[in-house]
Design a protein around this ligand. Structure first.
Ligand code: FAD
Length: 404
């Protein structure tokens, strides 16, 4: 049972119901679909891929976004897939303890503020199930190529790759970091900004780990661990109650220009961590193949919405961040929640006024998260020395507070 009040679907029989088109069925797009359906509108989701799904990796859902998910009536369906780590540990690259935050203590102090770890497929499937339950219509193989906004602010039409056209009262662009809709809004090409880092993503079966006493504890006592080292860091957490071990390695970007995701070389990856906490080389010896993702960010979108009030944007398309605060998806879920809240009101304000308010509410917070992600990149990757010692001292001092 969730202690967070659940939103009930608004019934609109007064002609105020809108038809809303969401572009992209990622975590952000599905979240927005749920929030706007609960606000009493009709929602159609257009997804470019042939299947609606997520990459095979883990995701951390922090208390701010677990509250949003619960308010959408998703506690019970999600709780059975969630692992709830007791705490997060920050370690030096040799395995020395720097600091920790206890999630269970803060969750008991502030009811409903769960810290949940998921396999992405589980979280994504639950969002999809809830969106469909509330009446979402979904179309796959539907790559949106253009959006035409009426100058009078009435309607917008999406044009698909096959020429099909669909018209709605509002289009919400949730098409991710390589967003086409962002380019349409800006009227020019606008590639994401490189960060100089890439991520190796690993999912290990815990069966072999359980045979090694040094690794078994990482499974049987599920906690989130961050190892911070020169030019790189590593993160791990357990999924599906101990069935899978999720690990992300964050290292300097060595990918060729133009690539986003490539198969990685396991030997090269192992070499980068050979002198770290001996548990890391052991873990990497269990990995047979790996992919690497170039890490980019998105900032600087002056206006998130078209002046007509018929097109707006959310999630990575607007404010993709380095994943160093585990908050990108959380920000996209919050975006959807705010849109839902604003469009749940029967108000005299026009769509463009509501969208202006949406950006006012969201921009400063999401910009702060992107900036903090960049700052964490610097702090997490310090070489041993006085600055690293000062960082560790400050982190230890912060331990006095709680995880919120
Ligand atoms: P996406 O998930 O990219 O979804 C976009 C969707 O739009 C896709 O389905 C795509 O196929 C579709 N699409 C694209 N173009 C079109 C088009 N023209 N027409 C129709 N459909 C289209 N966040 C967290 O909160 N916690 C974490 O622990 C965390 N860990 C991370 C670890 C790594 C290594 C990385 C890289 C990111 C991490 N994130 C994390 C960030 C998080 O994954 C993203 O912020 C989030 O998935 C963004 O969701 P989105 O819906 O905006 O975009």
């Amino acid at each position: 049972m969730s202690p967070i009040p659940i939103k009930q679907k608004i019934v609109r029989e007064d002609g105020s119901k809108m038809k809303i088109i969401v572009v992209g069925a990622g975590l952000g797009g599905l979240g927005a679909a749920i929030a706007l359906l609960l606000a009493g509108h009709d929602v159609e989701v257009f997804e470019a891929a042939s299947e609606i799904g997520e990459v095979g990796a883990g995701i951390q859902i922090l208390p701010n976004s677990s509250r949003v998910l619960q308010s959408w009536g998703m506690h019970d369906m999600l709780d059975k897939h969630a692992t709830k780590p007791k705490q997060v540990n920050f370690l030096g690259w040799k395995g020395n303890h720097i600091s920790h935050m206890n999630f269970h203590e803060s969750a008991s102090k502030y009811p409903g503020t769960f810290y949940w770890d998921f396999h992405r497929a589980n979280l994504h499937n639950c969002l999809l199930e809830r969106a469909v339950e509330l009446g979402a219509k979904l179309k796959v193989n539907a790559r949106v190529q253009d959006v035409i906004c009426d100058a009078n602010g009435e309607k917008a039409t999406v044009v698909l790759h096959n020429g099909e056209r669909h018209t709605g009262d509002l289009v919400v662009g949730a098409d991710g970091i390589n967003s086409r809709l962002r380019e349409i809004m800006l009227g020019r090409e606008d590639p994401p900004t490189l960060t100089g880092d890439l991520a190796y993503r690993l999912l290990l079966s815990t069966k072999d780990m359980l045979k090694d006493p040094e690794l078994a504890d990482l499974v049987t006592n599920p906690q989130v661990n961050y190892w911070l080292g020169p030019d790189a860091h590593a993160v791990n957490y357990v999924l599906r109650g101990g069935e899978l071990f999720n690990m992300v390695l964050l290292v300097p970007d060595d990918m060729p220009a133009g690539a986003n995701t490539l198969e990685g070389n396991v030997e090269e990856m192992r070499a980068l961590y050979k002198d770290w906490d001996p548990r890391i080389p052991k873990l990497l010896s269990l990995c047979e193949s790996v992919y690497k993702w170039r890490l980019c960010i998105r900032t600087g979108m002056e206006s998130w919405s078209h002046p007509s009030g018929t097109l707006t944007m959310l999630g990575d398309a607007v404010h993709a961040t380095l994943p160093y605060l585990a908050s990108g998806a959380g920000m996209s879920l919050e975006d959807g929640a705010v849109l839902g809240e604003l469009f749940s009101r029967r108000t005299t304000q026009s769509k463009s006024q509501l969208l202006e308010l949406y950006q006012k509410i969201r921009a400063a917070r999401t910009e702060m998260v992107v900036e903090r992600g960049n700052r964490q990149q610097y702090l997490y990757h310090l070489h041993d020395g006085p600055e690293q010692e000062e960082r560790d001292r400050v982190m230890r001092a912060g331990e006095e507070g709680d995880a919120l």
